[in-house]
Write a protein that binds this ligand. Structure first.
Ligand code: ZN
Length: 377
């Protein structure tokens, strides 16, 4: 007879499965077979596909199990109401465990969480309170590197969350070491991301069809406006990358090579269809709520052709014209300005910028004076 433990507060279903394997002396594969009489693991630690079987053995309602111990509420937290409802029905009605898993559904989490994470303070607390530590779901969300409860940096282990089969880890947090990753972000930013992610994890209601209008208003209030009727989305994308840093954005799978059509710009555009992953909503809101309110200078982005350095160009062209005046001095009066400047190899550059090239222009005047003098003779 299989003995199945009860989940602890904030414990991931994958962590509960690890404890069940250890208590029953079974491998993950053997445990799944004893639960569902089917070979295969089909499991993400964030939302195992055999959640109905887990509900039966733990004697906990399947919806309660999914909302209190899986990443599902976080995954759908910013989705439109009908999509969230459809996915909820899909997860709760799943009977068999074969025929695929919930891997695609959990991608918005697994893409931003490569390795299991832990809070050393939570580990000590859990050990003294429950006799064991366990993997917390609030610690294993994208961009969350801070324990909101203890206001401490999380440690990242080398246990990959995508490992299945033979590589499935049976370790509990108190048995492993981890390191804190320093992205150079202030503690209050990490704390705010952790708190917002925690709110998303607790969410059951208030799903919206579209977030763009709200973000657009927020961006306008913070000065992300252009002279036209547009939001300065590219500048917003530029500032978000500068605020979080490219390393952090790459770590949470939110990087973008160019500001144009980057996710921050798309999220404030009126007609963009989502859904965007929850971490993008959280990073955008955290930035917009905390950035300064002044009108933003839409000038920091280098794009298109570089502006011409007129001083440098004036120096180059004036040297050529000076040389031309000397070289062609005997037949200057026979040349038109166009012919003379073409001989000096600077007509096309000069004619488009003559008002910004004072030194060259004065030499052109010298050429014209020579011509006038010769014609007068
Ligand atoms: Zn903690």
């Amino acid at each position: 007879m299989l003995h199945f433990p009860r989940p602890f507060p904030d414990e991931l279903l994958g962590s509960l499965v690890v404890r069940a394997c250890r208590e029953n002396g079974l491998s993950h594969k053997e445990l799944v077979f004893s639960l569902a009489n089917v070979s295969g693991t089909y499991s993400s630690i964030f939302l195992p596909s055999y959640v109905r079987q887990l509900a039966t053995v733990t004697k906990i309602d399947v919806e309660e199990l999914v909302y209190a111990h899986s990443a599902f509420p976080y995954i759908v937290s910013f989705m439109a109401n009908d999509l969230a409802a459809r996915l909820k029905a899909l997860v709760l009605s799943r009977v068999g465990i074969s025929g695929g898993s919930f891997h695609s559904l959990t991608q918005s989490v697994t893409n931003g969480v490569a390795y299991r994470r832990l809070c050393r303070h939570c580990v000590q607390e859990d050990l003294s309170r429950f006799g064991t530590s366990y993997w917390h779901r609030s610690h294993m969300l994208p961009a969350v590197h801070y324990c909101a409860k203890h206001r401490q940096h999380l440690e990242e282990t080398r246990i990959a969350v995508r490992n299945f089969g033979r590589l499935w880890s049976y370790c509990m947090p108190h048995e492993v070491k981890g390191t804190c990753i320093d992205f150079g972000l202030p503690a209050w930013v990490l704390m705010e991301i952790a708190c917002r992610s925690g709110v998303a994890l607790e969410k059951h209601v208030d799903y919206r069809d579209c977030w763009n209008d709200e973000y657009r208003r927020l961006a306008e209030d913070k000065g992300y406006v252009t002279p036209g009727p547009f939001i300065a989305g590219r500048q917003l994308a530029y500032d978000i990358r500068a605020a979080y840093g490219p390393d952090f954005l790459a770590h949470v799978d939110c990087t973008y090579p160019k500001e144009r059509n980057a996710w921050p710009a798309l999220m404030v555009r009126p007609c963009t269809k989502g859904p965007f992953s929850p971490v993008k909503h959280i990073l955008l809101c955290t930035f917009l709520d905390n950035c300064s309110s002044g009108l933003k200078l839409v000038s920091q982005i280098k794009c298109g052709r570089k502006p011409r350095d007129n001083f440098k160009l004036d120096e180059q062209l004036s040297k050529r014209v000076e040389a031309g005046l000397r070289r062609l001095r005997k037949r200057l009066h026979l040349l038109t300005l166009t012919e003379f400047m073409s001989e000096c190899s600077c007509w096309s550059q000069y004619r488009h910028a003559r008002n910004r090239l004072p030194k060259t222009a004065s030499l052109v005047e010298a050429f014209k004076a020579v011509c006038r003098t010769n014609k007068a003779r």
